[in-house]
Design a protein around this ligand. Structure first.
Ligand code: ADP
Ligand code: DP6
Ligand code: CO
Length: 358
C-alpha cells in the first residue's frame, strides 16, 4: 500500500421530526427508550446533514469537524458508533483509485470526519438525528460494512436516539424493543415517502439559538423527577402508537392531526412536570399553537397539525398544498416580517428519502 492515498465517502441524510415523541431512556449508555416513537422524515433538499468521511494511512488519530469547527470524539456516543462500524468493516477494493484495504487494516487506520448541517444545530430541529444517522451511514459505506438500514439504525441509535429514525424515508417507527442488549431497539418503515404525498411540512424558525438544556440532559432530568412521564410511557403512548399507525396507513388527516398535536403538548407538559421545569417553547411558539387551533376549529375539520421538539421552533404539517399556502399567509399576517415577533425563516418541504451522495 502506498502511504499517500486517501479514500473518501460523502453522504447526505435528512432530519426527522417525531409525531409521537421519544422522551426518556431506560438505558443511558445503549440509548434504549421508555416508549416507542413515530416520526416523519423531511426532504433532504431542505434540512439535512452532509458528512464526508476520509481514511488515509497518513492520519494519526480519528478527528472530526462539525460545521467547520473541530470537536472532540472522546465522548462515548462517537466512540460507540465508530467501534460498531469498525467491527463490521470488510475488505475494500477501490479500483478507481487503485486502493486495497483488507479487513485487518481497518483496526489500525484512522478516519477524519467533516460534517455540515444546513439548518440550526442544537436548536430543536433534530440535528443530532440527521448528524448521527449520516455519520453511521457514511462510515458504513467507507468501511464496506454490509448491514441493512435497520441494523445501521441500531448503531445510529447509540449516537443519538432519534438518529435511528433518519435511516428511512416516509413515516418511521422506532420500536423500543425488549432485549437488554438493545438488539431489537431499531427503526422500521411504517410507509414510504410516496404513501401520503399530499402533506406539506412548513418549519417556522422561531429561534436558531442553541437551546439551554440539551435533549439528553432534559430527558434524564424528566426520568428522574416526573411522575407524569411514567403514566405517559406506560398508559398513553402504547395506545397512541397503534392509533397513529392506523391514521397514517389510512391517510386520515383528522386523526393524524389530533394525535400529533396532543402528543407534542403532552411532551411539553412532561417537561413542565420535570423538577426544575424545562421550558422549550416560548411565547411565539404558544401563539403559533393558538393560531393553528383557531384555524382548525373555524374550518370544522383540521387543516394543519403542529409539533414542537425540544426547542421553540414549530413544525407545521398542512393537509395539502392549498392548506399550506393559506397557512403561510396566516403566519405572515400574524408574525409580520421585521416586527417584534418576526419568524426567522420558513423552510418548506415534502417528505423524501435518504440520499446517498457518495
Ligand atoms: P437537536 O435538537 O438539534 O437534535 P440535541 O441537543 O439533541 O439537539 O443534539 C445536539 C448535538 O448533536 C450537538 O451538540 C452535537 O453533539 C450533535 N450533532 C449535531 N449535528 C451533528 C452532526 N452533523 N454530526 C455529528 N453530531 C452532531
Ligand atoms: C424531543 O434523540 O436528541 O426530539 O438520544 O439523548 O441524543 P438523545 O436525544 P435526542 O432526543 C430527541 C427528543 C425529541 C423527540 C423525538 O425526536 O422523538
Ligand atoms: Co436531538
Amino acid at each position: 500500500m502506498a502511504e499517500t492515498w486517501v479514500r473518501m465517502v460523502t453522504a447526505q441524510t435528512p432530519t426527522n421530526i417525531a409525531v409521537i415523541k421519544y422522551w426518556g431512556k431506560r438505558d443511558e449508555t445503549l440509548i434504549l427508550p421508555v416508549n416507542d416513537s413515530i416520526s416523519v422524515t423531511l426532504d433532504p433538499a431542505h434540512l439535512c446533514t452532509t458528512t464526508t468521511v476520509a481514511v488515509s494511512p497518513s492520519f494519526v488519530q480519528d478527528r472530526m469537524w462539525l460545521n467547520g469547527k473541530e470537536i472532540s470524539l472522546s465522548g462515548g456516543r462517537y466512540q460507540n458508533c465508530l467501534r460498531e462500524i469498525r467491527a463490521r468493516a470488510c475488505d475494500v477494493e477501490d479500483k478507481e483509485r487503485g486502493i486495497n484495504i483488507s479487513k485487518k487494516d481497518w483496526e489500525k487506520l484512522h478516519v477524519h470526519i467533516a460534517s455540515y448541517n444546513n439548518f440550526p444545530t442544537a436548536a430543536g430541529l433534530a440535528s443530532s438525528a440527521a448528524g448521527f444517522a449520516c455519520l453511521v451511514f457514511a462510515l458504513a459505506k467507507l468501511m464496506n460494512a454490509k448491514e441493512d438500514n435497520s441494523k445501521l439504525s441500531a448503531i445510529a441509535r447509540q449516537g443519538s436516539g432519534s438518529a435511528c429514525r433518519s435511516l428511512f424515508g416516509g413515516f418511521v417507527k422506532w420500536n423500543m424493543g425488549k432485549f437488554e442488549d438493545g438488539s431489537d431497539s431499531l427503526a422500521v418503515e411504517v410507509v414510504d415517502e410516496k404513501h401520503w404525498d399530499d402533506l406539506v411540512i412548513i418549519i417556522a424558525v422561531v429561534s436558531s439559538r442553541q437551546k439551554e438544556t440539551s435533549s439528553t440532559t432534559g430527558m434524564r432530568e424528566t426520568v428522574e423527577t416526573s411522575l407524569l412521564l411514567q403514566h405517559r410511557a406506560k398508559e398513553i403512548v402504547p395506545k397512541r402508537i397503534i392509533q397513529m399507525e392506523e391514521a397514517i396507513k389510512n391517510r386520515d388527516f383528522a386523526s393524524f392531526a389530533h394525535l400529533t398535536c396532543a402528543d407534542s403538548n403532552q411532551f411539553h407538559a412532561v417537561c413542565l412536570d420535570t423538577c426544575p421545569p424545562i421550558f422549550y417553547m416560548n411565547d411565539t411558539s404558544h401563539r403559533i399553537i393558538s393560531c393553528a387551533e383557531k384555524w382548525n376549529r373555524s374550518e370544522g375539520t383540521p387543516q394543519v397539525a403542529y409539533t414542537f421538539d425540544a426547542g421553540p421552533n414549530a413544525v407545521l404539517i398542512a393537509r395539502n398544498r392549498q392548506a399550506a399556502a393559506r397557512l403561510l399567509q396566516k403566519l405572515l399576517f400574524y408574525f409580520p416580517p421585521n416586527s417584534d415577533t418576526d419568524l426567522n425563516s420558513y423552510v418548506l418541504g415534502d417528505k423524501s428519502i435518504l440520499k446517498d451522495a457518495g
